[in-house]
Structures are given as C-alpha cells and as structure tokens.
Design a protein around this ligand. Structure first.
Ligand SMILES: O=CC(=O)O
Length: 319
C-alpha cells in the first residue's frame, strides 16, 4: 500500500518532542496525507480524537484518556525510552523509524569519529595547540581494527561504510549476522575476544535490560591500551565512571561521546574538561521529516484499515 492512494484517515495525530520541529513534521505528514489532522500536545485537543501519536520522550501519563489510540510512532531509532513505560496503552502497536537517510547520517558521524582516530588527528590537534610540527607516519587503514557492537540497521550500515574505507572491521551482535567484508561475531562468549582486539570500539547497541551496563569496568579494561571508544547509542550501555577513570589513566586513548548516562551531561562532569574526549549533544543521527514521513503515513493508513503496521517494535525484546 502506498500513501498516495490516500484513503480517508480517521482521527488526529498528536505530536510531542522537545527536540524535533513540530511544523516540519506536521507539514511532512500532511504532504503525504493531506486529510490527516496533526496537533501539538500543547495545543487544545480532545484526547478521544487522537488515533496516532508521533512522539519522542513524551512525559509520563501522556497517553491518559487517549481511548482511541491505534498507533504510537517513536520519533527515532532507539526505543528504550518508550518500551519500559508503565503508562502505555495495552495492545497499541509501537513502531519506530527505520530510514536509510538516518542510517547514513549516523554512519557519517561514526566514519568521522573513527577516521579521526585512525588518522591520529587528536595527536595532531594537540601538537598544533603546542605549535609543534609533529610528524607521525600514518597507519594503513587495514592495520586499524574497528569493532562495531550492534549490527542492527544503523550498526550494519556504519560497519559497511567503515569497511569501505579499508579499515579492518569486526562486528559483534547478540544473534549471528552475516555482513560481507565484516568479521562477524555473536553472543556473550565472544565479546571479550572482540574487545581485546579493538583499536577503536564503536557502540551501536540498543539499550535493553540485557545490554544496560554491558561495557562495565572489567570489559572496558579488555580493550587494548590506547584504544578509542565511540558511543553513539545510549550512555547507560557504558559504565561512565569507569570510562572516565580509564581515560584519565591513559588505558583508553580517547572517546567520542554523543550519549551519556545523564543528558544533558551535567556541568562540572570531569568528561567536559578531558582533552582526549570529544563531546556532542546526542545528535549523531536524528529523524528526518521529509524522508521518514512516508513510512509513518503508510503505517497510519495500514492501521486505519485494520492492518498491522510495519517496523513494529517487539516490546518484550526491547527493540
Ligand atoms: O537517539 C536517537 C534515536 O534513537 O533515534
């Protein structure tokens, strides 16, 4: 089914996000479904009229009185902030965005961060601050081992892009994956081995009860001395205090962090002042209205015709 067939859509869509642009999403949705009414959660509306929710981190109790809700769309790739909620209406399907453009945006960030380490750019940045012409012979890309933890849509895309650069890429995931050009490992038994050979570790796992705190002190210590860590997934996957200690002691050479245990990262957190840490405010990849609205519109049409939506989240599995 495609949105352009435009059967009538019942009810309205409610929008909530502190980070995404409401008018851009409303316009993108209405470009696909001109008869869809879209309301911002802060604007006057009748909860019984809401059939679809397009949300990112909506406050608790958000769904109260939405008796006719049929679809919840998580405005992002990671669903950890929604699947564990206790105020979710039973039976209402939750979907997430799986958008190649979002995967490409994420891969761009990961490539930038990994190549920055592979090409020793932090070393040259520091030398420049000292006004020093500090020649260091470049390593060949295949001499640099990059381990990508998490080979879902975003992780697999990033792993392929890293491999296209000639880097020596290993992948690790919970269940076995097969990706051309990538040495794929699966299951807890192989995690330590993967960690122990990673010059650069890229964290792209979903946050679930199984993965929370996965990169604890002991596992971080398995990384070779001087390794760099890139976390574009969720802060709670990594023991941040241990990470900070290991960056301070020099066991870890550097970190590029887009996500943190607490966001925003509190002022005064030691990570802010560390020369070997690059911090960005959780934006490695964001949902893009023009490219994701079509799949959301298709799901709106599907559920309004009694069909199951695609890209449904498995709440029990957590992603
Ligand atoms: O963190 C962002 C997302 O999950 O989309």
């Amino acid at each position: 089914m495609h949105a352009s067939s435009r059967p009538a859509v019942s009810g309205a869509m409610i929008f909530y996000s502190d980070f995404d642009d409401y008018t851009a999403w409303r316009d993108a949705m209405q470009a696909c479904l001109p008869d869809l009414r879209v309301v911002h959660a802060n604007d006057a509306h009748d909860p019984a009229d809401i059939h679809y929710a397009l949300i990112w981190k909506a406050p608790s109790g958000f769904f109260n009185r939405m008796k006719n809700l049929r679809l919840i769309v998580n405005l992002g790739a990671g669903v950890d902030s929604i699947v564990g909620r206790e105020d979710l209406p039973a039976e209402v399907p939750i979907t997430r965005i799986t958008d190649p453009n979002m995967a490409r945006m994420m891969a761009g960030y990961v490539l930038f961060a990994a190549l920055r380490y592979a090409r020793d750019i932090p070393y040259f940045e520091a030398a420049q601050r000292r006004g020093e012409w500090a020649y260091r012979h470049p390593r060949s890309p295949e001499a640099v081992r990059v381990a990508v933890l998490g080979l879902g849509e975003l992780g697999a895309y990033a792993a392929r892009e890293l491999s296209r650069q000639g880097l020596n890429v290993l992948g690790w995931s919970r269940s076995p994956r097969n990706i051309e050009g990538i040495e794929c490992h699966a299951g807890m038994a192989s995690l330590d081995t993967v960690l122990s050979c990673a010059d650069i570790l890229v964290v792209m796992l979903p946050l679930t009860p199984q993965t929370r705190g996965l990169l604890n002190r002991e596992r971080l210590q398995r990384l070779p001395r001087g390794a760099a860590l890139i976390n574009v997934a969720r802060g709670a996957l990594v023991d941040q205090a241990a990470l900070t200690d290991l960056l301070r002691s020099g066991h870890l050479g550097g970190a590029t962090l887009d996500v943190f245990e607490r966001e925003p990262l509190p002022p005064g957190d030691p990570l802010w002042a560390m020369e070997n840490v690059l911090i960005t405010p959780h934006l490695a990849s964001v949902a893009i209205p023009a490219s994701a609205a079509g799949q959301i519109a298709d799901n709106v049409l599907r559920v309004s015709q009694g069909l199951p939506p695609v890209n449904r989240v498995d709440a029990a599995r957590g992603y």
